[in-house]
Design a protein around this ligand. Structure first.
Ligand SMILES: [Mg+2]
Length: 284
């Protein structure tokens, strides 16, 4: 694949990769093609990595266990979720402590561990996460609270989540249902494409934006977040995005990719990204 020379030069300066998970390093419980080669290259070159996921259905510790069980290097502190970024946002803006959380038991426990309390009647905010335990009753309560003016925050905007059998509805799809049920109320978004999740992760590990790169499979979250945080953005075609989607004009497709979502570099998978990193080495 022909790459932009300036972006390849930026790639050679990267000291830390911010990696999306689903569709980038793994699919369900299976590592994707080239994952072991990619991490071997990072370790050889002394480059660090952090997993950055919009998926708020599990905690960072749970993801670290899941990734480790797949043989991927995911020690303590290596995963940062949109749930973690949401907690930071709530604390920074003094929101709480009472919350109504549309989320998994695991997400609710994460909030409780940070001092927030679950409240269905007079919460300071409604938090929408990837609620895989959603019930009609909970949606009805959320709509009532949001309609009455309670602050409404979503951990991330993804419409679907890639899984081994295809795609399942994610938080963004639940937000669409709530919009329909509240005369159009929309949440404040915390995760990708908002740049805050990236800058918070970089602060945590002490890396400058010019020494970092975002790697992901989705244009409207991963790549858009990288662009907005001034971090090198790398698309892998191992998940949601196909090559056709990047050249809509040639294919005569109606939609065009907006500039703020166009990746700096494109690879078929992270194994091919590892080859490019090795290529940089042989050119030195
Ligand atoms: Mg993904």
């Amino acid at each position: 694949m022909k790459q932009n020379a300036e972006s390849l030069q930026r790639l050679s300066n990267v000291r830390c990769f911010l990696l999306d998970m689903d569709g980038t390093v793994n699919l369900g419980n299976r590592p994707l093609n080239g994952a072991s080669k990619f991490f071997a290259t990072l370790s050889q070159k002394g480059i660090s990595h952090i997993f950055l996921t919009n998926n708020s259905s599990r905690t960072a510790a749970e993801y670290e266990r899941k990734l480790s069980s797949m043989g991927l290097p995911a020690g303590p502190g290596s995963v940062y979720t949109s749930g973690d970024a949401t907690i930071e946002y709530l604390k920074r803006n003094n929101i709480g402590p009472k919350l109504f959380v549309l989320g998994t038991r695991s997400l609710r426990k994460r909030f409780e561990d940070e001092g927030f309390v679950m409240n269905d009647t007079t919460p300071s905010a409604v938090i929408l996460g990837f609620d895989m335990e959603l019930t009609y009753d909970r949606v009805r309560t959320a709509c009532r609270l949001i309609s009455s003016g309670v602050r409404y925050i979503a951990t991330h905007p993804d419409l679907v989540c890639p899984v081994e059998e295809g795609f399942i509805p994610d938080a963004g799809s639940i937000a669409e249902m709530i919009a329909a049920g509240t005369n159009g109320k929309r949440p404040v978004i915390i995760g990708k494409p908002e740049p805050g999740i990236i800058t918070a992760a970089l602060d945590r590990i002490g890396i400058n934006p010019e020494q970092a790169a975002v790697v992901g499979d989705r244009l409207y979250t991963d790549i858009a977040a990288g662009k907005r945080a001034n971090v090198l953005s790398i698309l892998v075609l191992s998940g949601e995005t196909t090559l056709d989607m990047l050249s809509p004009d040639e294919k005569n497709q109606p939609q065009s990719i907006i500039k703020s979502e166009y990746p700096d570099l494109v690879f078929n998978d992270i194994g091919e990204l590892a080859d490019a990193l090795d290529g940089e080495k042989s050119n030195e």
